[in-house]
Design a protein around this ligand. Structure first.
Ligand code: SAM
Length: 386
């Protein structure tokens, strides 16, 4: 016997993960397939879908629109950059904007999008808003892809719905034929293709369709969008509620910081390696009475030892790091040969430009200089022995 078909069970159909999460995941999947750069979520409510989408690396502009400023404001802080975004800026640029506005009104800010999502939105629209919605979203915004999800009323008898609709604010709930007729008529009118799918499968034997029905519309024609088209228009009706530009390596100040940090890190590693070599040599001398010269018999003279081992400076074209006394010289050419540094800078001249004035360099600016005043546990032990 199929347990899902028992009367008591039927009143308690639930989904794992919850359906709203499945809807977000569905959109995320579409984003990873189509790699849109500009994405808008209409009826974004508490910005939960936007929050998930901000982690999609292809997206450079992420916009939320809702008629309710209050509901957006509740969680909009979750869209702000975290300290780690400043510490490790991403390669891509990302701007997140929230507008208070209606999907029944045209605003030039909504032009030029690759993907627009309307998740559980249309059933909240008043009749007059639903009437203008297709012209605004398909006709005016006309993005490459539009995703519309809405409840399937045929599934309702299987849910614990006590009222007529699943939510008190719903103005209608459509069955599959109603939704598909509406969607196909709009697709034909605005030159889109539409495919239907859904989420939340019914129990076996119940031919009611998915709990959430979804239409994915893809524009049939190519459209040229002028860059910065939004700024060129004056007639804005949406109100900007939130705008944040994430730190990105595309901005010179963040790239410069990242390069300086990486050069510092690389130079420190090399300097430490040079110093360790010297320290091992010194220990060897110290432990060998034949080799050891009297002036190096104490850890206090490690500095003298370093001076003693100093070699004449190689010419500035050399790529080899060297120690001069307790100062390590690490040629920039050497540092540039490290893949991470090369990837960040692109070319050697950029590296020189970014480090100049930000890192201690040799007088001819060809090498990073680091004073190696390290002391590690082993050295302390060694000092105690003497
Ligand atoms: N899309 C959200 C999600 O999946 O988490 C939930 C959407 S919620 C059920 C419907 C949202 O549509 C509400 O936040 C409501 O304020 C918004 N809304 C209603 N009428 C609207 C309109 N004319 N224009 C824009 N947003 C509208």
């Amino acid at each position: 016997m199929d347990v899902m078909l028992q009367k008591d069970e039927l009143t308690k159909v639930t989904f794992t993960p919850p359906l709203y999460k499945q809807r977000y995941h569905f959109v995320k999947q579409l984003v990873s397939e189509h790699k849109p750069k500009k994405v808008a979520d209409l009826g974004c409510s508490e910005c939960k879908l936007l929050w998930m989408l901000k982690f999609c690396n292809c997206i450079e502009v992420l916009v939320g629109v809702d008629i309710s400023e209050e509901v957006m404001k509740e969680k909009m802080h979750t869209l702000s950059p975290l300290p780690v975004d400043y510490l490790q800026p991403s390669e891509r640029s990302l701007t997140v904007v929230l507008y208070r506005g209606s999907v029944a009104h045209k605003d030039p800010c909504m032009l030029g999008f690759d993907m627009i999502t309307c998740i559980e939105l249309i059933e909240h629209l008043e009749a007059n808003e639903l009437e203008t919605f297709p012209e605004v979203v398909f006709g005016f915004m006309s993005p490459t892809i539009i995703v519309i999800s809405t409840p399937n009323s045929e599934f309702n008898p299987l849910l614990q719905t006590v009222t007529l609709f699943r939510h008190p604010d719903h103005k209608f709930e459509w069955n599959r034929a109603q939704f598909q007729n509406w969607a196909q008529e709009i697709a034909a009118r605005y030159d889109y293709m539409v495919e239907f799918t859904g989420l939340g499968v019914p129990p076996p034997g119940k031919d009611v369709g998915f709990c959430t029905q979804i239409g994915v519309f893809v524009r049939k024609y190519l459209k040229h969008v002028e860059p910065n088209i939004c700024e060129k228009h004056q007639d804005h009706v949406y109100k900007t509620v939130f705008k944040v530009v994430y730190p990105s390596l595309k901005e010179e100040k963040y790239l410069r910081n990242a390069v300086v940090n990486e050069v510092h890190r690389t130079a420190e590693i090399i300097a430490r390696r040079l110093w360790n070599q010297r320290w091992s040599q010194y220990k060897k001398h110290y432990n060998d009475p034949v080799e050891t010269e009297p002036q190096f018999q104490s850890h206090r003279c490690f500095r003298n030892y370093l001076e003693y081992l100093s070699v004449p400076e190689p010419d500035s074209a050399s790529i080899q790091p060297f120690m001069n006394g307790n100062t390590a010289h690490i040629p920039l050419v050497k540092i540039f040969s490290f893949p991470k540094v090369k990837q960040l800078c692109g070319n050697y001249e950029t590296l020189r430009r970014f480090v100049a004035g930000n890192i201690a360099l040799s007088s001819d600016e060809s090498a990073v200089v680091i004073v190696t005043d390290y002391e590690d546990d082993e050295q302390k032990d060694f000092a105690d022995m003497s």
